[in-house]
Write a protein that binds this ligand. Structure first.
Ligand code: COA
Length: 388
């Protein structure tokens, strides 16, 4: 029996800020943001969208096409959870009008949460092959206005349906993983803005990649030449390339060219959306599947997941015959093209209008464009959502 990704969908807010304009406003050379960091645009979430509404919107890309009675679990991976107790998954289940006889829960381990959810889903389907699992990775990356990490913010979600006999990607049971208690990035519970030791987190990301890749090679006998592409967690599009470059000399020229070109294609969406934390690796995967016309059934894809704090994992997947029929690249391109560009002052205003860390009632911006899922506000300390 094969197990893997049967459906995949994405969502990002309808607003973005142009990073050349942001650079100018911050008195930085735009080439630092566009070339040095590798980001052109950054999604900005209005107050009426949070990880719950974005998760539901990403899943709604395919939920009407699948048998929801077979879903055994909804797992949301996030590091920007909106409640310290209740999971986003149970609200997503409600917003999507899913049946009750399922488990719903949230997983947290920085940007690794999406992969943790995917692996839990794979293990569950192995025991319950007649059931499926809805996995969603949803986050709003916030470092603060004019902070060092501002250029690596973003917002969005990726949803995946994991099943037996998947129609897009077969997931292999070949993971190599490492956990080490380090302080490269964290977010105290009183704030929605992350604290990042920028340079240190970059170094650790590369170190974790080198370590899990070495372990993976030793355990599986695979080499770079076996892979059509290697996808990386993308806090910004230059980051994965820093890691890839350290191992490329192990490969022949043709392999190097193939991996470089597929890396470029995999970063297309992230370059326009920014960091979506748990979903970033999977947004890169979607970007690759949507954009690479030379991929074919049977191709092996490597996946490097990294979540600060920190966990690193390398695993592989194989493209399934007919996978392209399950994708809708034109819709994604059109969605990104149709977004509204914000001026830097308008972005700053949207950034600062958010659910407060207090017991006060709060109403979100009624004029903001959202998906059909919307956060209307907070009343008596409860978030209020509508499916319009
Ligand atoms: N033209 C082209 N490139 C330029 C440039 C210019 N005018 N000015 C700078 N650069 C390049 C630098 O050479 C550097 O390239 P390199 O990384 O290949 O060496 C890159 O732009 C970034 O410059 P740097 O001075 O290192 O940036 P920074 O001190 O502002 O820090 C981050 C960048 C990513 C560390 C920071 O944004 C951050 O802390 N982000 C949040 C944490 C994060 O994303 N961690 C990732 C691991 S999960």
């Amino acid at each position: 029996m094969t197990i893997g990704i049967d459906q995949i969908g994405m969502y990002s807010p309808h607003y973005y800020v142009d990073l050349a304009e942001l650079a100018q406003a911050r008195d930085v050379d735009p080439n630092k943001f566009i070339i040095g960091i590798g980001q052109s645009q950054q999604a900005v979430a209005p107050s009426a969208e949070d990880i719950v509404t974005m998760a539901a919107a990403a899943a709604s890309e395919f939920i009407s096409k699948v048998d929801t009675n077979k879903i055994g679990m909804v797992i949301v991976g996030t590091e920007t959870g909106i409640d310290a107790s209740k999971s986003a998954a149970v609200i997503v289940q409600h917003l999507l009008d899913l049946p009750e006889n399922m488990r719903t829960y949230e997983i947290k381990q920085a940007c690794y949460g999406g992969t943790a959810a995917l692996m839990a889903a794979r293990d569950y389907v192995a025991l319950h092959p007649d059931r499926t699992v809805l996995v969603v990775a949803s986050d709003i990356a916030r470092y603060g206005l004019a902070s060092g990490g501002e250029v690596t913010q973003g917002a969005g979600a990726v949803a995946m349906l994991v099943s037996a006999q998947p129609r897009i990607l077969e997931l292999h049971d070949d993971s190599q993983f490492i956990s080490r208690d380090i302080a490269d990035f964290w977010r105290p519970v009183y704030t929605d803005m992350a604290i990042a030791m920028g340079k240190y987190s970059n170094e650790q990301y590369v170190q974790f990649f080198q370590d899990v890749w070495a372990n993976y090679k030793a355990a599986t006998g695979h080499d770079l030449a076996d892979f059509a592409a290697i996808n990386f967690h993308l806090p910004y599009t230059k980051m994965g390339m820093k890691a890839l470059r350290t191992v490329l000399p192990q490969a022949d020229e043709a392999t190097q060219n193939r991996l470089n070109e597929h890396y470029r294609i995999a970063t297309t969406y992230s370059r326009r959306i920014g960091n979506i934390y748990t979903g970033s690796l999977y947004l890169g995967l979607m970007s690759l599947l949507d954009g690479a016309s030379d991929l074919k059934a049977g191709d092996l894809l490597g996946m490097f997941s990294y979540g600060s704090g920190a966990v690193g994992e390398f695993f592989s997947m194989t493209l399934v015959d007919g996978y392209e029929k399950q994708l809708s690249p034109e819709d994604h391109e059109a969605f990104l093209d149709a977004r509204t560009k914000l001026s830097v002052p308008a972005y700053e205003q949207m950034f600062l209008n958010k659910v407060p860390y207090s017991a006060a009632d709060y109403s979100t911006d009624p004029a903001a464009i959202t998906s059909r899922f919307r956060l209307t506000g907070v009343k008596d300390q409860q978030r209020k959502y509508v499916n319009q």
